[in-house]
Design a protein around this ligand. Structure first.
Ligand code: 6MZ
Length: 346
């Protein structure tokens, strides 16, 4: 079996995917042609092969995408397209995250935003798309603590009314804006009400103080964590907190290299955590913006760090342990992995 087939057929778990960052070129084309008056071309919605941007410039890309995705119909289309694309890439379990937005001009509200994402998940399930999907409601740090609290309340409601589809909270957005301590009350409330916490931590340097505070919660998973460990300017005490609490890391190779927070693939912190034997999950972050998919990310990790197919298999299988869905779902996924294995290793 050649590599491309192996990595696509490999059953995978995707735990760190921002909805609007995951919109593919094909879906973007539909949006651009529906909204020609916005005069947006593709070069502003993605970072192509061999290109890179500063993290700051990446956040400009999201602002452009948000202009294109501003109605309930758009949310429904991008969510169903993204789910189907992950499924076609061999992803069996997906946790999507997205920041509820309101757009006065189109009638989009934060509530209808979440409802529409949930509707899309149901639609895909009813159509028989072979993937299990959960939703994390995202807090954009740019919007401050009051909005964060509102977001948590909305997530609590939907956790109860969505039949277990809303499973947690994500803290994301431009890491250079605001201080994590402002979000502690909202995050504590979320945790106490049973929502899981996936927090972007130390995506940029010099955030030790913020990371230490947020690690005390502690989060259930860490996004990026690029500068947590001592070799990257973090500290032993941060490392100890992550290791002692066994907090899985969501690691996104292409995103970090294209977003210029990691100088090159071989220096990606995946190597550090993987060698430590710490739970490390390969993810895409923004497959649309960074022009990648999860199969490519696994292949990239394997070729960069010399992982055998057996090691790659174990890596994808261990990601199941880090899902926020209930134990019965994880058991089903383990069964799926078991049944697919012979085909990959015949
Ligand atoms: C931090 C990121 C991110 O929520 O509109 N987002 N936050 N670091 C990153 N690294 C590149 N990539 C994406 O998806 C887009 C939003 O996800 C967050 C940002 O808040 C961005 O606006 P949604 O679906």
């Amino acid at each position: 079996m050649d590599d491309a087939v192996f990595y696509r057929e490999l059953p995978k778990v995707e735990l760190h995917a921002h909805l609007n960052g995951s919109v593919s070129v094909q879906t973007m084309e539909k949006l651009i042609s529906q909204k020609q008056h916005l005069n947006i071309d593709h070069s502003r919605t993605a970072v192509g092969k061999g290109q890179s941007r500063t993290l700051d410039e990446c956040f400009e890309v999201f602002r452009v995408i948000h202009k294109l995705v501003d109605t309930d119909e758009d949310i429904l289309m991008v969510t169903t397209d993204v789910i189907k694309e992950f499924a076609a890439d061999g992803v069996k379990y997906l946790e999507l995250r997205s920041t509820p937005r309101e757009e006065k001009a189109t009638g989009l509200t934060k509530r209808s935003y979440v409802e529409t994402v949930i509707k899309a998940i149901h639609q895909c399930k009813n159509e028989g798309v072979d993937i299990d999907v959960r939703f994390l409601v995202a807090i954009d740090r740019r919007n401050g603590m009051e909005v964060a609290l509102e977001t948590v309340k909305l997530a609590e409601e939907f956790m109860l009314s969505s039949g277990g589809l809303v499973v947690g909270i994500d803290l994301s957005g431009d890491p250079t804006v605001g201080h994590g301590k402002n979000f502690l009350p909202a995050l504590e409330r979320a945790r106490n009400s049973g929502l899981k916490l996936a927090l972007h931590l130390s995506e940029v340097p010099s955030q030790q103080e913020e990371s230490a505070l947020l690690l005390n919660l502690p989060p259930d998973r860490i996004g990026h964590g690029t500068f947590l460990h001592p070799e990257m300017g973090g500290s032993q005490s941060l490392l100890d907190k992550v290791v002692q609490n066994n907090i899985p890391l969501e690691l996104c190779l292409t995103s970090n290299v294209k977003g210029q927070t990691v100088p090159c693939y071989s220096q990606h912190h995946f190597k550090y955590w993987y060698q430590l034997g710490h739970p490390s999950v390969i993810c895409t972050d923004d497959k649309g913006v960074f022009c990648t998919d999860l199969s490519q990310e696994y292949q990239l990790a394997a070729s960069t760090f010399g992982l055998s197919r057996e090691a790659v298999w174990t890596l994808s299988q261990r990601a199941i342990d880090c899902c926020f869905a209930e134990e019965s779902v994880k058991q089903q996924l383990r069964q799926t992995w078991k049944s697919l294995r012979p085909r990959l290793f015949q």
